[in-house]
Ligand binder design. Structure first.
Ligand code: ATP
Ligand code: MG
Length: 1137
């Protein structure tokens, strides 16, 4: 269950000043001090947060704290700025109300810090996501950039905002930030050229010089030494606790996050550098003829560098510092500037340059952070404007700043009162008027359009003639003399005639926050804010794009002779817009208080705080808040908090909360006029009543605590007792069980023993009985068995006897049958023999009878004739059969019919042979002459090589083609063809074996009737032509190779070149044809064919032995030739499978 807490829990002093009792300035301060001493820097006045600057970092802004305050009601936890931020954010998100957070307080009171805390809280609790986080980061990072350019160290604050800032953060309907818009108000630009003692120029100058790299400084033509720049005061150049170099890096990083481009950053820094350079330009007088002084630039180096930085022509700027052109309608008058005018022009330019740069920065940031969607959005405005200032020397800037604070105070009063009033009306409570100081009269003194100070200043500035600050003061003295908040020594108000604290050139205004003495000097000038047109035109002529953009009025095409609005009227208008804007929003106030002037922690200067409490009107604020009713609270939390004070509402009230509260109040001794019942809230008139309720609650809580304690203790003891009792029962139950178990075990074991004895005895008895019965049964069985055995044996014997008898009968029967059968067989055999004998005898007898009978009819040689006839018949039959069964005519067919009679054996074989010869003849007779020649060649080959050379069988099936090269037809061999005239018997490609390396060279081998011709294979050129007459013999091996040697007759013409060792695939054909050519020629002998595995070949010079060796096949079946030495060539012939 969530624990409901309240602001009223563990309070240090009172968390809400409204509850202060008694209410007085002392008690107010006392309460603030008490809380401040206990590190409670935040205190409420109703919904307004008072924030005391702790001047040290407190651990109260951690993420845990953010979570603690997230989605909690305003009064639920102790006062914190987060509670206000949460309340504002939730009513923006959930109730769709635009919010504004007004942070006021004097310089150094912590307004800027407070605004950053609010922004960071809202950033932490609103939606998340890549896009949303980017927007948040850009919004947060705009702060360091603006602070660098717009904040400076003052005597009151090391990081004092020198401009007013109002930032609208825009949210979508879910409460996610979409973007923002920043408005800036009047930068204190006089600081650029001059700073009061103990103060610094704007931070960026120091940050740039300390933090920029040497390279950057060189580019910007700057020196790191502050003392080199007239515009930088030296007495506070280094501020304790401020690291300018680190801040510079932070600023650059923030600019990057916000979306500045690198060149934009560079341009901005160039402008900053230009301002510093500008400050160093000094002038000297130069006398003119007409005895006037004209200013001249002393040392032009800085001017030159500045012009280089901004891209301005040096002479243009130099002239602008020496002359001033006044244009009036059609006239243009140029006057020279004296030294002080030149300095004035220089400073005016520097101030304008810087303040315009600042405004440009704000516009540029706005461009980056503006919401990307046009969808309707809710707005939370955060106003951090310069605080109320009272310096020793107050000028136009302080006047403007304090005017702004005056307006804010007014809006505070108006809105607080209005809100209070509206709440009373809303709740139906009667409104009682209260007295408070309304500063409208001071605002009127300043801003009244007719006789307000600003209006008069404008009037003076616009008036023709000599206008000085004195004439302006005179005017004030006449017009405002009667005003009760205006004081001046020279006014007609005699009261101040002798007031020496009021110098003659000053006027004093009684602001709501105190009296401020303003020196009138510079008012007219600052209000005019004049920049000579020559200067703005010179700036416009610059090539630097940013500087050109900053001085649009310098454009000669747009010369505007109208005076620009004065600084005062501009400021008044923008403050007016701001006020109107704030009035449309739901205000949330943070009133910042500065505890001391030393910027020190733990120091509470009562007088200083008292002064701020007074001028901030905080007491009035409390009074307004308490007007009528000091405290109010919705019914539900009120009932929840105090319901224990009444028996009827405790512990639960079932009805509506309002009735519950009424019941509660009636039950308590509280006068009826002390409380009032609104529509949703109870209003308590006096804080005393609230404290009474709180006290009663405290007591009641104590009583309740005692009661709870009592009940708890009772419950605890009883629970303990019940536990003990339960344990005792358990223990005794266990013990009883155990005892009974033990007894039972004993009885059980005794019983078991007795039982076992009895059972043993019974069993033995039974056993005996059973044994007896068993023995009887066995005896009976044995007897029966014996008897059955006897019976069975007897039966067996009988059966055996019977079987024996039966077998004997069978055997005897079989024997008898056998005997009978054998006898019958013998008889049948005898009978058959007799029958055969009878038949034979009968045949013989019949034959004899026939022979005897026919003898007389036959001649003596008839037998031979019959025999011949029979033989003839047989032969006839044989031949006819042979004729019908003739085998096919193929000579290779081996079939021949079988012989019918053995005596025909010889005839049959002879007939077969004859038939075969005849068949072959018939076959041969079909041959043509060519085919015949082919067969003759084949026959010759068979004669020559059959069974002599292993190559022969493979040649049988291949026909002898003769002209393998088609020498006559092929045009390739035309040359060869013409060289050989005779008929070519054989043309083939052979290998001529080279003796030197035993390698073969392809040659065409031609065989004609008379010659052997060897020719080049490619060209057809005849290499050798050997007449067959010169050929002695041809040598070949017995092996399966194609090598052959053509041996020439010794002494013949061809023999000079030596024998030829050749190899050919058609060896058998070549040799056969060679041999045959010899046979057919009449003029020469037949060529010898030597078949031997070793023969001699007569090469040109030597005889070489060619030896053929049978080898196992290796790398294929090719025959290889190797030269062993000069005398021996080995031909390796692989064995074919
Ligand atoms: N809540 C805080 N916790 C710690 N230090 C704080 C807190 N608020 C303010 N300070 C300190 O006080 C200094 C001045 O605060 P801040 O700059 O916010 O004042 P300011 O009201 O904005 O003044 P000015 O009107 O001059 O701009 C801060 O620099 C910081 O050191
Ligand atoms: Mg500030």
């Amino acid at each position: 269950m969530e624990v409901k807490t309240s602001l009223l829990d563990n309070m240090i002093g009172v968390g809400d000043m409204v509850l202060l009792e008694p209410l007085s300035e002392e008690s107010f301060l006392e309460n603030l001090k008490n809380r401040f001493d206990h590190n409670e820097i935040y205190t409420y006045i109703g919904s307004v947060v008072i924030s005391m600057n702790p001047y040290r970092s407190l651990p109260i802004y951690t993420p845990d704290k953010v979570e603690e305050y997230r989605n909690r009601n305003f009064y639920e936890l102790s006062p914190h700025i987060y509670a206000l931020a949460d309340e504002a954010y939730r009513s923006l998100r959930d109730q769709d109300k635009d919010q504004c957070i007004l942070i006021t307080g004097e310089s150094g009171a912590g307004k800027t810090e407070a605004s950053k805390l609010v922004m960071s809280y809202v950033a932490a609790v609103c939606g998340k996501g890549q896009e949303v986080n980017k927007v948040k980061e850009q919004l947060l990072q705009s702060n360091p950039v603006l602070e660098a350019f717009g904040n400076a160290k003052t005597v009151r604050n090391d990081n004092s905002s020198r401009f007013g800032k109002y930032m609208d953060i825009e949210f979508d309907f879910k409460g996610d930030p979409l973007g923002g818009v920043i408005s800036n108000y009047l930068l204190e630009k006089s600081r650029v050229v001059k700073q009061p003692r103990g103060e610094r120029n704007f931070h960026i100058f120091y940050q740039l010089l300390s933090g920029a790299s040497d390279d950057t400084l060189k580019k910007l033509k700057l020196d790191r030494d502050f003392s080199k720049y007239n515009y930088l005061s030296l007495d506070s150049a280094v501020v304790n606790g401020l690291d300018d170099a680190a801040s510079f890096r932070t600023v650059r990083n923030a600019m990057q996050i916000v979306g500045f481009m690198e060149d934009e950053m560079q341009s901005v820094l160039q402008l900053v550098a230009a301002v510093l350079k500008l400050g160093n330009i000094e002038f000297k007088p130069e006398s003119r003829n007409n005895s006037t002084d004209e200013s001249r630039i002393k040392d032009k180096n800085d001017l030159k560098e500045m012009c280089e930085l901004l891209g301005i022509e040096q002479s243009v700027l130099e002239r602008a510092f020496s002359y001033r052109t006044v244009e009036a309608k059609l006239e243009k008058v140029s006057t020279t500037l004296n030294v002080s005018q030149a300095y004035y022009a220089r400073d005016a330019l520097a101030k304008n340059l810087y303040s315009r740069l600042f405004s440009w920065l704000v516009t540029r940031i706005n461009e980056s952070i503006k919401a990307q969607t046009k969808a309707r959005h809710k707005v939370m405005g955060v106003l951090d404007i310069y605080g109320f200032e009272i310096f020793e020397d107050n000028s136009f800037e302080q006047f403007i700043i304090n005017y702004c604070n005056e307006k804010l105070q007014q809006i505070f009063i108006e809105l607080t009162l209005r809100e209070e009033q509206e709440e009373y009306i809303r709740e139906g409570i009667e409104w009682t008027n209260i007295e408070y100081f309304n500063n409208a009269i001071i605002c009127d003194l300043i801003e009244n359009n007719q006789n307000g100070i600003l209006a008069m200043l404008d009037e003076e500035c616009l008036r023709p003639g000599t206008v000085t600050d004195e004439t302006f003061l005179d005017k004030l003295n006449t017009i405002c003399a009667e005003h009760q908040h205006f004081e001046s020594r020279l006014s007609k108000n005699s009261k101040f005639l002798n007031d020496h604290s009021l110098p003659h050139n000053c006027f004093r205004i009684q602001h709501y926050a105190g009296k401020v003495l303003y020196r009138s000097e510079g008012f007219v000038d600052k209000n005019n804010d004049l920049l000579y047109r020559d200067l703005s035109q010179a700036m416009y002529k610059a090539t630097h794009s940013l500087i050109k953009e900053l001085f649009p009025e310098g454009n000669p095409a747009k010369v505007n002779l109208k005076r620009p609005p004065t600084a005062g009227s501009q400021f008044k208008a923008s403050v007016g817009t701001l006020m109107r804007n704030l009035q449309t929003k739901n205000p949330n106030y943070i009133r910042c208080i500065k505890p001391n002037d030393k910027k020190a922690a733990h120091v509470f200067t009562e007088s200083l705080v008292c002064h701020q409490v007074r001028y901030l009107g905080l007491m009035e604020n409390v009074r307004v808040r308490r007007a009528g009713y000091a405290f109010r609270q919705p019914y539900e939390p009120c009932l929840e908090r105090y319901k224990m004070l009444c028996k009827r509402t405790w512990p639960h009230w079932r009805g509506p909360a309002r009735e519950g509260v009424e019941t509660l109040m009636v039950d308590l001794p509280i006068p009826t006029d002390e409380v009032s019942y609104g529509r949703s809230k109870i209003f308590i008139r006096n804080p005393r009543t609230l404290f009474f309720l709180e006290e009663r609650r405290r007591q009641c809580l104590q009583d309740l605590a005692t009661l709870i304690q009592k009940i708890y203790r009772g419950w605890k003891c009883r629970t303990h007792f019940l536990l003990l009792k339960k344990s005792q029962i358990v223990v005794s139950a266990w013990y009883r069980r155990f005892a009974q178990q033990k007894k039972y075990q004993k009885i059980k074991s005794s019983t078991t023993v007795v039982q076992s004895y009895i059972r043993g005895w019974q069993a033995r008895k039974l056993l005996r009985e059973l044994k007896y019965q068993k023995r009887c049964k066995e005896a009976v069985t044995t007897i029966a068995a014996y008897w059955h055995g006897t019976q069975a044996r007897m039966e067996l014997r009988r059966l055996k006897q019977e079987a024996r008898n039966k077998r004997a009968v069978t055997v005897i029967w079989a024997y008898w049958q056998g005997t009978k059968a054998r006898r019958e067989l013998r008889r049948l055999k005898e009978e058959a023999r007799r029958k055969h004998a009878v038949a034979v005898i009968w045949a013989y007898w019949q034959g004899l009878k026939v022979r005897r009978e026919y003898r007389k009819f036959f001649r003596a040689n008839a037998g031979k004739k019959i025999y011949d006839f029979t033989i003839q018949r047989i032969m006839q039959k044989y031949f006819l059969g042979l004729k019908n069964n003739m085998p096919p005519m193929s000579p290779i067919d081996k079939n021949w019919p079988a012989r019918p009679y053995r005596f025909l054996d010889g005839v049959h074989k002879e007939l077969q042979r004859i038939f075969h010869l005849w068949r072959c003849k018939k076959y041969r007779s079909k041959f043509t002459e060519e085919k015949k020649a082919v067969y003759e060649e084949k026959l010759e080959a068979s004669k020559l090589f059959k069974d002599k050379k292993a190559l022969y069988p493979s040649s049988v099936s291949k026909p002898f083609k003769g002209d393998y090269l088609e020498i006559r037809k092929n045009p390739k061999y035309q040359k060869l063809n013409s060289a050989v005239e005779e008929k070519v018997l054989l043309a083939d490609v052979v290998n001529k074996i080279n003796r030197a390396n035993s390698k073969g060279t392809a040659r065409i081998f031609l065989l004609t009737k008379k010659n052997v011709v060897l020719a080049d294979q490619k060209t057809g050129q005849v290499k050798a032509s050997v007449p067959l007459l010169d050929l002695a013999s041809v040598s070949v091996s017995t092996k399966n190779d194609g090598f052959f040697a053509l041996k020439l007759k010794a002494g013949s013409a061809s023999a000079t070149k030596g024998d030829f060792l050749l190899s050919s695939d058609h060896l058998i054909e070549i040799i056969t044809k060679l041999h045959r050519s010899g046979a057919t020629a009449a003029d020469r002998e037949q060529i010898n064919i030597d078949i031997s595995d070793e023969f001699l070949v007569q090469f040109k010079h030597d005889k070489v032995c060619v030896k053929f060796i049978q080898v196992a096949p290796k790398n294929g079946n090719s025959v290889s030739c190797k030269r062993k030495n000069n005398r021996l060539l080995e031909v390796l012939v692989p064995t074919t499978a």
